[in-house]
Ligand binder design. Structure first.
Ligand code: APR
Ligand code: ZN
Ligand code: ZN
Length: 361
């Protein structure tokens, strides 16, 4: 059976998004059909529209989603009909070298649904990040679904599916922040703010937020920053050292993705401190560093992909932390909108006035 549902599609580079009828097939082997409950609007959706990610138009946008499994294909064991789930970008194979090493986040054989969703004329859609969730029903690989319990706000917990997980995971997984440590976060957009919330959850006692925008700093303070540094007005490396007894932070998380902020992160850490890189640079960006500084300061420099998260371990755990009042996911939901409001949400995101707009279906 084919399901005819409404979804948000972008047909060409920088075209406005449109609400289209989409044909969604019943799940085949290893696939699951999911009724979407909520889906956050992320920078990545905008980048698909602007042509920064791929040219495989038309795209079905949306990927930070919760839903309910309405059908499963042959051989599916990961989830069952009726399960409430958070979606993630890729199902892992469980068999490759990375999976066998216990690092499925680096799986070589990640996969999405095999069957395609199409427009009415048969044109195949490319789902954003292998999900495509600004739609009433979507088709994913069953391994992209993580079951969560019923008792939580879907709009809030759905944000764990992408950018917010990337930030929290940078602190708790990649940075392995310990109780009592000092953490500096450079860049306080959605990802940086989530890193601040993650650092607080992990028990950091000094959390320094750095940004060039005072409004972002005020928000960072609400999410757990103990100190703020306006890096358009003062040198953030000096300021972070001053706030940490002259040493530098135990963990510095870079959430901007620019050479100058990579450099600041590098020098703002304590001797033997950890630098965690979450901000994604562009291909032409470079950074020159004296090798003696690279060698002599010790510690580590790690990049963090998707917060080094394991959805099956981290999503339910973080939902529990949220329910216990230790993780302020509600604070990331700035507004709740409908499918028709996505273009406006992109504009607000671009202007930096929202952390997340979340579509409720
Ligand atoms: N110094 C400090 N902060 C800066 C600087 C700078 N030189 N330049 C920009 N910023 C701040 C902005 O003011 C903003 O608050 O960085 C923040 C970036 O936030 P967003 O644009 O909302 O981006 P976000 O979604 O948080 O993602 C940040 O992480 O996952 C990656 O691809 C993502 O590279 C991006 C980064
Ligand atoms: Zn995203
Ligand atoms: Zn694998």
């Amino acid at each position: 059976m084919v399901h005819r549902v409404k979804g948000i599609v972008v047909t060409g580079k920088n075209e406005p998004v449109s609400l289209e009828t989409v044909l969604v097939p019943d799940p085949g082997p290893g696939e699951a059909l999911v009724d979407i409950i909520t889906c956050g609007v992320c920078h990545t959706d905008l980048h698909y529209k602007l042509g920064g990610i791929s040219d495989d138009y038309p795209f079905l946008l949306g990927h930070e989603a919760t839903g309910r499994v309405s059908a499963v294909g042959e051989g599916v064991t990961e989830v069952a009909v009726g399960d409430r789930v958070i979606l993630n970008w890729r199902a892992v194979c469980g068999e490759c070298r990375a999976c066998r090493k216990g690092q499925p986040q680096y799986c070589f054989n990640t996969h999405n649904a095999t069957q395609k969703m199409t427009l009415e004329d048969g044109t195949e859609l490319s789902p954003a990040l292998g999900i495509g969730a600004f739609i009433e029903k979507t088709l994913v690989a069953a391994g992209q679904c993580t079951k969560i319990d019923e008792e939580s706000d879907a709009a809030a917990v759905g944000l764990l599916g992408c950018g917010i997980m990337a930030g929290i995971g940078a602190a708790i997984n990649t940075g392995a922040v310990q109780r009592g440590e000092s953490v500096a976060v450079i860049g306080c957009g959605g990802v940086g703010c989530a890193a601040i919330a993650g650092a607080k959850l992990a028990g950091a006692t000094t959390i320094i937020a750095v940004d060039i925008d005072q409004q972002k700093l005020a928000r960072a303070q609400e999410l757990g920053a103990t100190h703020t540094v306006d890096s358009s007005a003062s040198d953030p490396v000096e300021a972070i050292r001053e706030l940490t007894g002259g040493f530098g932070a135990d963990v510095v998380i870079e959430a901007v993705g620019r050479p100058e902020t990579y450099r600041q992160a590098f020098y703002a850490r304590d001797l033997a401190g950890r630098v965690v890189l979450v901000g994604v640079p562009t291909p032409e960006m470079t950074l020159e560093l004296p090798l003696l500084d690279v060698f002599g300061r010790g510690g580590s420099l790690k990049s963090s992909w998707y917060g080094d998260c394991l959805p099956s371990r981290d999503f339910p755990m973080l939902v529990d932390q949220y329910k216990l009042g230790r993780l302020p996911l509600d604070a990331f939901v700035t507004e709740r909108i409908g499918l028709d409001d996505i273009e406006a949400a992109f504009e607000k995101m671009h202007a930096g006035t929202v952390l997340r707009s979340v579509v409720e279906l």
